[in-house]
Write a protein that binds this ligand. Structure first.
Ligand SMILES: *[C@@H]1O[C@H](CO)[C@@H](O)[C@H](O)[C@H]1NC(C)=O
Ligand SMILES: *[C@@H]1O[C@H](CO)[C@@H](O)[C@H](O)[C@H]1NC(C)=O
Length: 370
């Protein structure tokens, strides 16, 4: 289902031009996360180690056929919205390198299947794929230095801020509460490893995926596992992520810094900067005054960040809308996507943006990803 936050309803179309009253659609940027995959790692005592995972080439972090079909669905939704004949006849029905040439995949061991699916299925020439297969170039960024779309890139300031946040009254009271500290202590024994709060997602993520693929065996082999314990892990992990992304109940001031604000900036700032830089450039380049450096953006209409759930999450947090977009709380589900559209108003000559959120059907409520 596609939720529209701010969309007008009346659209006129002429010559690939998309108008909503006096506003004209100029540029679409999409941030999505990938679909169902095998875990990227698991805890030492887990029955399901790397050899348990066979699909997508086998091993850790491989996209599954289910994940591919989730991408297919996302692609179809985007197509229904933006490609000729859809809600907005904005993009051409075939791949055009001048219109949509920048794609970004940003996790280290990018699955070739994933790339293929993303490239081939988002804009097939017709419905008879693979006859309409169009290989699309994808620009890959190194995991550790992807400062724009990887919220787990190497960043000392982020680590420093998080250490400080953990010493705050709010976070330390939560971490030291009987429930949270007790759960972490129990998990240390059950998992055979002591997890830092920021690494608890490894446990939550493998248990999520094991329930999808090996639900009965999981409960036989890891006999301590049950729904109640799983829900506790997920709840603690969700809250931990709120804190890591700077969402506190009350402002936390330390060393003269608003830690929540700083965490939001360090997590989502460069992505927001990148998104708004594109819009600004697109806007500047459409005026006669600016010509230099405009070649690449003038024809461009579509820019994708194929990234992590954290990337989608940080965008929502930075816009202050995560509580509306992700309900009741938690993480963007498999293949979730956030869309930022740039519209120019021909009447008041001002720039506007509209946001849309593509939420996958309920399937599994939690899936931290790498
Ligand atoms: C930890 O495990 C003990 C023993 O099974 C149990 O009684 C206790 O409720 C658990 N604590 C938490 C917070 O899960
Ligand atoms: C796994 O089994 C449990 C208990 O039977 C059930 O509550 C849960 O919904 C199942 N999960 C999935 C993903 O099928």
């Amino acid at each position: 289902m596609l939720f529209l936050f701010l969309f007008g309803l009346f659209l006129a179309v002429s010559d690939g031009q998309v108008l909503d009253g006096t506003k004209e659609l100029k540029f679409v940027q999409v941030v999505w996360r990938h679909g169902d995959r095998s875990p990227t790692d698991t805890f030492p005592t887990d029955y399901f180690q790397e050899s348990a995972w066979k699909f997508g080439g086998g091993g850790w972090g491989q996209l599954s056929p289910l994940g591919m079909s989730q991408h297919l669905r996302l692609g179809k939704r985007l197509r229904a919205r933006y490609v000729t004949g859809g809600t907005y006849s904005f993009l051409p029905p075939v791949y055009d390198s001048k219109v949509m040439y920048q794609w970004r995949i940003c996790w280290e061991c990018t699955d070739r299947a994933d790339i293929t699916v993303l490239q081939a299925l988002i804009f097939p020439q017709d419905d008879d794929w693979p006859t309409g297969f169009v290989p699309v170039p994808i620009h890959t960024v190194d995991y550790d230095t992807d400062y724009i779309a990887n919220m787990d890139c190497i960043c000392q300031r982020r680590d420093w801020l998080w250490e400080m946040a953990q010493k705050s009254d709010e976070v330390s009271a939560w971490e030291n509460s009987d429930q949270v500290a007790g759960l972490m202590k129990n998990l240390t024994v059950l998992c055979g490893k002591s997890y830092a709060m920021a690494d608890l997602w490894v446990v939550a993520d493998s248990l999520l995926i094991e329930q999808i693929y090996f639900n009965a065996t999981l409960r036989q082999q890891n006999s301590w596992f049950n729904d109640d314990l799983y829900n506790q892990i997920v709840n603690v992990n969700d809250q931990s992520y709120f804190y890591q992304y700077g969402v506190f109940k009350n402002p936390v001031m330390m060393n003269g810094l608003d830690i929540g604000k700083e965490l939001q900036i360090i997590r989502a700032g460069s992505l927001l900067n990148d998104l708004s830089m594109h819009i600004q450039l697109k806007s500047d380049c459409s005026s006669a005054a600016k010509k230099d450096g405009c070649d690449w953006i003038n024809g461009l209409k579509y820019y994708v960040y194929s990234a992590h759930d954290e990337t989608v999450y940080s965008l929502l947090v930075a816009l202050g809308i995560e509580k509306y977009a992700i309900t009741p709380h938690g993480y963007p589900l498999y293949s979730a996507a956030g869309i930022v559209e740039y519209w120019y108003d021909n009447a008041d000559k001002k720039d506007y943006f509209k946001g849309a959120w593509s939420k996958p059907p309920p399937f599994a409520r939690h899936g931290k990803n790498a």
